[in-house]
Design a protein around this ligand. Structure first.
Ligand SMILES: [Zn+2]
Length: 361
């Protein structure tokens, strides 16, 4: 469904891998502050060929469906959730990704997605709270915590965020985001804002789009995945929002603005909450990647046989040598697709980065 990659593909991929290797090595040698300054190859590429020379993707849209259970997608097939199943058919996906190990709530996990860090422990971002708060991420941490927005800002690339929970203002207060809309549980306004961004003359290089409805319904009515459940009706509504976003992304691709969609979530749910990090229905989440150049109909664990391991039904601790795919992979995957270096200080999804293309393509 997507056009073939441009002639620069192989060169770009090689340079990006090398850039990531250099970044990762220097990070180990000199610490994280040095990394943003070492994208020498990116700079050379930019000077010689223009900003898009090394990046075959110009836009990444990260969609987080708050409280989306993987088995809700698995249980209902094409007729009920056609666009989720289109992603599975045409994208590189898993329904067996993982949240953070210690927290299965909204702000801690979204901060993982944006910073590539775990919540607690060494290099944790330490956003433990899940309320409407006035402190910044950095105040909660005790030091500046870089995010994907910082990397984009340093490269003078634009970003946007549309979110349906007021608590997301913490990111607008903490990071240089160019276009922001935060509503109180208004998913219709969220998709409207996101579409405006994608249809504008200058769509942002990266946009976070957060929908709150499945979580809100889950807390009120329960996370039941029975066909008549309120929760499933909410997921069906999400499928409609997804359709609109996929259409806008397809239009960008048709205009030769290669765009990739990443879909994941902060947690699942069971009963009327999602607070137990040891409950598999809370920590089992989707991670779906779709768009220009992405492997079609491939399982992400099959695409990453050495560096990632399917966790079965378990949560995997951070000290395990082979990690599952996590929502915390999102930031560095987006940056990798855009041809940029990893988030300084990140520990998830940098080296090795997540492979989302067929090898050799
Ligand atoms: Zn919740």
């Amino acid at each position: 469904m997507f056009n073939k990659l441009p002639w620069l593909t192989l060169l770009e991929l090689t340079m990006r891998r090398f850039n990531m290797f250099v970044g990762g090595s220097l990070k180990i040698l000199f610490g994280t502050k040095f990394v943003p300054r070492v994208s020498i190859l990116w700079v050379i590429g930019t000077l010689c060929f223009g900003p898009s020379a090394w990046s075959q993707v110009t836009h990444v849209v990260l969609v987080s469906f708050d409280g989306l259970r993987s088995d809700a997608i698995h249980r209902f097939e094409n007729q009920t959730l056609p666009h989720f199943h289109q992603l599975l058919k045409e994208g590189a996906c898993t329904l067996n990704a993982r949240t953070d190990v210690d927290y299965t709530v909204t702000l801690p996990n979204h901060t993982c997605m944006l910073t590539g860090r775990r919540v607690t422990g060494p290099h944790g971002h330490r956003v433990l709270l899940n309320d409407i708060i006035t402190q910044t991420v950095h105040e909660l941490n005790g030091a500046y915590v870089d995010s994907i927005f910082d990397v984009l800002h340093r490269h003078q690339l634009t970003s946007a965020m549309a979110a349906s929970k007021i608590k997301f203002k913490i990111y607008a207060n903490s990071y240089p985001i160019d276009h922001v809309q935060v509503t109180d549980q208004n998913d219709a306004k969220t998709v409207q804002f996101a579409l405006q961004q994608l249809e504008s003359d200058h769509p942002p290089a990266f946009m976070l789009v957060h929908f709150s409805n499945p979580d809100i319904i889950g807390h009120k009515k329960g996370w039941s995945i029975q066909a008549a459940a309120f929760y499933i009706k909410a997921v069906v509504r999400l499928d409609g929002y997804l359709a609109q976003l996929m259409q806008a992304i397809q239009t960008l691709n048709d205009k030769n603005e290669p765009t990739v969609l990443i879909v994941t979530t902060d947690h699942g749910g069971t009963g009327k909450n999602h607070f137990d990090p040891n409950e598999k229905r809370n920590y089992t989440i989707p991670f779906l990647v779709w768009g220009q150049g992405i492997a079609a109909g491939k399982d992400l664990y099959t695409l990453n046989p050495k560096d990632r391991a399917d966790p079965g039904t378990k949560q995997i601790l951070y000290d395990a040598s082979t990690q599952p795919i996590r929502n915390g992979d999102a930031a560095n995957l987006a940056l990798q697709l855009l041809g940029l270096e990893c988030v300084p200080g990140s520990t998830i999804g940098c080296v090795p980065g997540l492979v989302v293309r067929e090898r050799g393509k």
